[in-house]
Design a binder for this molecule. Structure first.
Ligand SMILES: [Zn+2]
Length: 857
């Protein structure tokens, strides 16, 4: 299939205007097979009668293709495009085609529930897959109302973007929608179960498959509460009512992303219906996704980017508003803390790779390229830039600008310039330089403090230096908080230094061109330094930060005593960043983690810091021989949390998961006991997902194998169990198991991409370097073939998971570079390998530093 280029989209939008779609889908055959029939009537006008264009159609058979009553002939479709010659001023296109469901989450995904054998469908039109469902002009700026009719097996529930009515057994009619871009057209069909409510005149629905119904039933009240809180808050912020009638939220299986913002029918991955215990941080993440998708109803759906180069108008805003509204309108008031330590680290990592790009790139040549920009830059960096913008122009002006933007472009399309015009008018500020520096430039600044003390120990001067990478020069202004933190002896237990609290905070503007990159902070002259001088206190800006050198040795102790969770998140993220940069030795990070993790009270911060410590610092940055001791130290930190954990925040669960993940051979017996109820920590429930985690670790420790996995599958026949089992089977430490797993990863097309990706995730384990050494070369030999045969989402997921990330050797890097230099690998695989190779390069540097440090006298 040929990707649509921006030039083609511009030309087509200049030529045609789409007035309406009517789509009729016959899904009756999908209960037993993958095929369905799609009949589409498109009404559109043409500004240059006599001209030609094309529509997208990704069908396996075309029964009828008629333009203005004239048969287009069998040769009209090629490469996913239907040629439309000799256009009239007003045109009617009729297409009836046989289409195929996928197992990749693209187009109409077909899923069979492992638990009860029921078949479920959902439509994912994003990014250019609408034509897998109906013939259309598949670009964001050709919006049109769509009416849908569906024939399904009689027992099925069908939901679409518009309100639906069952007009007969298995026959559904949906009200015409407001004008929609094709990439947000959706439906779900199957024996789904539905929960309904009404709030402020909006009909709300929750949808999930039957085998998850008991869980959603228990969680529906929480989800409705978050949904209605967010809806009220958006109405208040925007002053424009939710524009798409009813609001269904469907939880669907094997979904590729977190969720998709289809108007009136948001689709979520159904891992967000929790079937086992979760932490408050995981519940918060679900709330943020709910708020994020709802933000899209305005940002993306009501006003849509003209082309994918303005993807950030969708994702950066939804990310920013999703976090802001969660913090303001739900019980998860610390959402910005989780953002600081989790999402933002994702942004920083993506922004420092060779594949970095501006938040708003000048040029996104085609839809294939557009897909690559769904990364930490378009989401987290863009959201952080918006947070800076709000500091810059003020919240009232920001919101007034947004309202004007929505009003001017409702049900239409817009660009970066349109948004900046609205914000500049509302704020009275010229945003040209700001947007050039923040939105049109890649990479991230580093802020460092430089302090001079007088004889009494007070600051004589405090200066902040701002540097951008030499190969990505930029003059970014920052509004940044600077905090002085110190112990509070008045509140200390006997003999202890006392909790670390904020003594002084100043808000400083770092101008875009400070002399020599330095900005003095005269407000702090004469202030006594505390135990921590924290740049970016409050996390208002997006920048790497460093610390006063003399404060580094005490940082672990400060973290353990620092009361403000957001300040801790900023510190944790900064030390992780310095470790990734090999400015900090891995051993120093681990010592800090061992000291501060047991004291961490924010479960979101705990989970993130532990994940980085275990999955990156231990598994990748340390040589194999030093890994077991480091894992033991982290397991020890988790044991201290388990011993002291109380309440329901989930710290106990998070620490128990951490202990399982880091357990060594000597702890295998203890873990096996958990599966039979022996020696389980007080208050911990060993439920299905935790059982699978334990079993997976036992497999890696050679303390369980195929027999135990099969037995667990007997207990738990769910789809989630099938994924766990695939992951663990790939981890079995025998050559035959590895050979089977690799074959599945590279050759299995019949199984859903989700399950194949689970096998790939389970394949590489740091403990099995010797066993899997022969597969490093296989990766670089096999992936180009896989990439040429599979869809973008399949390549992205499988190739990323299957990369030999623990083969931290110069020759792995060389093999990656050799493969990339061949130039026949395609954009998606190329991007996966460029990013993974960059991680590998960092790992090699971190290991060099580690060896230097431990061999130093
Ligand atoms: Zn989004």
């Amino acid at each position: 299939m040929q990707p649509l280029s921006q030039a083609e989209a511009v030309a087509r939008a200049a030529l045609v205007q789409v007035h309406s779609y009517h789509v009729d889908l016959d899904l009756t055959g999908t209960s037993s097979g993958p095929r369905f029939t799609s009949t589409t009537t498109v009404s559109f006008s043409c500004r240059q009668p006599g001209a030609a264009t094309f529509a997208e159609l990704k069908a396996i058979g075309v029964e009828l293709a008629r333009l203005n009553g004239r048969d287009l002939g069998p040769g009209a479709v090629a490469g996913g495009r239907l040629a439309l010659p000799d256009l009239l001023a007003d045109n009617t296109l009729e297409v009836r085609a046989t289409m195929e469901c996928t197992n990749t989450g693209e187009g109409l995904h077909r899923f069979t529930d492992a638990e009860d054998g029921e078949v479920y469908l959902y439509a994912q039109s994003f990014l250019d897959d609408a034509a897998r469902i109906f013939a259309c002009f598949d670009q964001p700026d050709l919006k049109a109302p769509l009416s849908l009719t569906v024939t399904s097996p009689p027992s099925w529930e069908v939901r679409g973007n518009g309100a639906g009515t069952r007009v007969g057994p298995g026959r559904w009619e949906f009200a015409p929608t407001a004008p929609l871009s094709t990439y947000v057209v959706s439906l779900v069909a199957g024996p789904y179960q539905v929960w309904s409510a009404t709030h402020d005149g909006v009909a709300l629905g929750l949808v999930c498959r039957r085998s998850l119904a008991p869980y959603l039933d228990a969680q529906a009240a929480e989800i409705f509460e978050i949904t209605t809180g967010c809806l009220d808050h958006y109405h208040e912020l925007f002053g424009i009512r939710y524009p798409f009638g009813k609001y269904d939220q469907a939880f669907v299986p094997e979904f590729n992303m977190g969720a998709m913002e289809n108007p009136g029918l948001v689709v979520f991955r159904d891992e967000l219906v929790f079937r086992s215990a979760v932490t408050e941080a995981e519940r918060e993440r679900r709330a943020v996704v709910i708020a994020h998708e709802m933000a899209h109803m305005w940002f993306g759906d009501l006003v849509t980017m003209r082309w994918w180069d303005d993807l950030w108008l969708n994702e950066s805003f939804a990310e920013y508003l999703g976090t802001r509204v969660t913090a303001a309108a739900t019980r998860f008031t610390d959402a910005w803390t989780s953002f600081a330590v989790g999402r933002k680290s994702w942004g920083y990592a993506a922004d420092q790779r060779p594949s970095t790009h501006p938040v708003a790139p000048d040029d996104v040549a085609d839809t294939a390229r557009a897909l690559l920009n769904f990364d930490g830059i378009s989401y987290a960096k863009g959201a952080s830039a918006l947070r800076q913008l709000v500091e810059w122009v003020g919240d009232d002006a920001f919101l007034a600008g947004l309202r004007a933007y929505f009003t001017a472009h409702a049900f239409g399309n817009a660009t970066l310039d349109d948004l900046l015009t609205a914000l500049a008018r509302a704020s009275g500020k010229d945003l040209t330089a700001w947007s050039a520096a923040w939105l049109r430039r890649a990479q991230v600044d580093t802020l460092r403090p430089e302090v001079i003390l007088d004889d009494s120990g007070a600051y004589v001067s405090v200066e902040i230096t701002r540097t951008a990478p030499a190969d990505h020069p930029a003059e970014r202004p920052h509004r940044v908080g600077i905090g002085v933190y110190d112990s509070d002896p008045d509140n200390a237990p006997d003999g202890a230094p006392g909790p670390v609290t904020l003594v002084r905070r100043v808000l400083v503007d770092l101008p875009s061109s400070p002399a020599g990159g330095r900005t003095p902070v005269p407000e702090l002259a004469g202030t006594r330094p505390g135990r921590l001088l924290l740049l970016n206190d409050g996390d208002l800006t997006y920048a790497k930060i460093r610390f006063v050198a003399g404060e580094l040795p005490g940082l672990g102790a400060v973290l353990a005593e620092l009361g403000d969770p957001l300040a801790r998140a900023v510190v944790w993220a900064a030390v992780a960043d310095a470790t990734r940069d090999a400015e900090w030795p891995a051993a120093d990070y681990l010592a800090l983690a061992a000291r501060a993790l047991p004291a961490e009270r924010s479960v979101a911060v705990f989970e993130d810091a532990l994940r980085f410590a275990a999955a990156t610092v231990v598994d990748v940055f340390l040589p194999e021989r030093d890994q077991p001791a480091a894992r033991a130290a982290l397991a020890g930190a988790c044991r201290r949390v388990i011993a002291g954990a109380a309440g329901t925040s989930g710290l106990l669960l998070a620490a128990a998961r951490g202990l399982v993940r880091c357990a060594g051979t000597s702890e295998a017996d203890e873990l096996r006991g958990w599966l039979t109820g022996r020696g389980v920590p007080d208050g911990l429930v060993v439920d299905p997902d935790l059982r699978w985690l334990v079993l997976d670790r036992l497999v890696v420790l050679d303390a369980a194998g195929e027999a135990e996995i099969a037995a667990e599958l007997d207990r738990d026949r769910s789809t989630r169990a099938a994924e766990h089992a695939a992951r663990s089977r790939a981890a079995i430490g025998e050559p035959a198991a590895k050979a089977r797993a690799w074959q599945a990863v590279t050759e299995d097309r019949a199984t859903s991409v989700r399950l194949v990706a689970a096998t790939a995730q389970g394949f590489w384990r740091p403990e099995q370097a010797e066993l899997t050494a022969g597969y490093v070369d296989r990766y670089f030999a096999d992936m180009p073939t896989l990439a040429s045969a599979r869809s973008p989402h399949a390549v992205r997921q499988v190739a990323a998971a299957a990369f030999p990330r623990y083969a931290v050797e110069a020759w792995t890097l060389a093999a990656a570079q050799e493969m990339l230099s061949r130039g026949d690998v395609g954009q998606v695989l190329s991007r996966v390998v460029v990013d993974a190779a960059d991680d590998l390069r960092r790992a090699l540097t971190a290991r060099e530093l580690h060896l230097r440090v431990i061999s130093a006298p």
